[in-house]
Ligand binder design. Structure first.
Ligand SMILES: [Ca+2]
Length: 297
């Protein structure tokens, strides 16, 4: 009897427990669903408050660019940097091209006035006043000073070839070199490639004199084969065989003959002459070459 009683009660108890647990599960499931639905509602209302369309994922916020990022990466910053670079480059080239008058020290004049009795064709009329300043890039100097000189006449009649570049421009006796008759030349090695802006030439200025077939050339090599450029030529009939020149004959003075070389590039400068209106000989007191070291090409 007892056994049966307990068995029946146990079944009942088990059944009751089963029902209770089922009810509890259903109840908790409903609660979870309610919570989920409530959350969704809240989310939707938040989104509608922010004016966003429900269902669309909100875009991730872009981090604000920092100053350094703007300087290096934004197109405006790049343009600005480029402009600054261009400005710096322009300033540098402007500085490079800044001009100043050449400082040409002149020797004492040995005669005054204009010679009138010279029977020389195509003669340049004397200026009658001091030469105006010659402008050249800042830093231009006499790059021929104390540089080695060679010549078509290696054994001068009077003086030494070194006198051509010793800086002494005096017209007095003992200050010039006298080379042989007819066409002769002196060649100066500037020691390095230069941009040459002017050549100033003193043949002889103790008395008014005109030297013939004055030709001045620059070149890259001592044999005048590479990059030969003629910067002055007053040989009108090609009697020196180096081509016809358009430049005029001129009277020597203490100012020397200034030739605009226009920045020509070269290492060697060669000066020809072919006698003068007084005799067949050729003289040099000084040759100054105003230049600046040429940048590598
Ligand atoms: Ca000299």
């Amino acid at each position: 009897m007892l056994k049966r009683y307990f068995r029946a009660n146990g079944v009942l108890l088990l059944s009751g427990l089963l029902v209770l647990s089922l009810m509890f599960m259903t109840c908790s499931q409903e609660t979870a669903e309610q919570q989920q639905s409530q959350q969704q509602t809240e989310q939707m209302s938040q989104q509608s408050e922010q004016g966003e369309t429900p269902g669309e994922a909100p875009e991730p916020e872009q981090p604000e660019p920092t100053e350094s990022a703007e300087e290096t990466s934004s197109p405006q910053a790049q343009q600005q940097a480029q402009a600054q670079q261009q400005q710096a480059g322009a300033q540098a080239s402007q500085q490079e091209q800044q001009m100043a008058p050449l400082n040409i020290e002149l020797p004492k004049a040995m005669f005054v006035g204009t010679p009138t009795n010279m029977n020389v064709p195509n003669l340049q009329k004397p200026r009658g006043e001091p030469r105006p300043p010659f402008m050249a890039p800042v830093g231009t100097e006499n790059v021929a000073l104390e540089q080695p000189v060679s010549s078509s006449d290696p054994m001068p009649i009077i003086g030494e070839l070194t006198m051509v570049t010793d800086g002494d421009k005096s017209a007095a006796d003992g200050h010039y070199v006298e080379l042989g008759p007819f066409q002769q030349q002196v060649t100066i090695d500037l020691g390095a490639m230069q941009n040459i802006y002017a050549v100033v030439l003193w043949h002889f200025h103790k008395q008014p004199r005109v030297y013939f077939d004055v030709i001045v050339q620059a070149a890259d090599d001592p044999d005048f084969i590479e990059n030969v450029q003629t910067i002055f030529n007053n040989d009108h009939d090609n009697s020196s065989g180096l081509g016809v020149g358009d430049d005029m004959n001129y009277v020597e003075t203490n100012e020397g003959k200034l030739i605009d070389a226009k920045g020509v590039r070269g290492r060697y400068v060669r000066c020809y002459s072919n006698g003068n209106n007084s005799n067949d000989l050729n003289h040099y007191i000084e040759v100054a070459v105003f230049g600046k070291p040429a940048p590598a090409m």
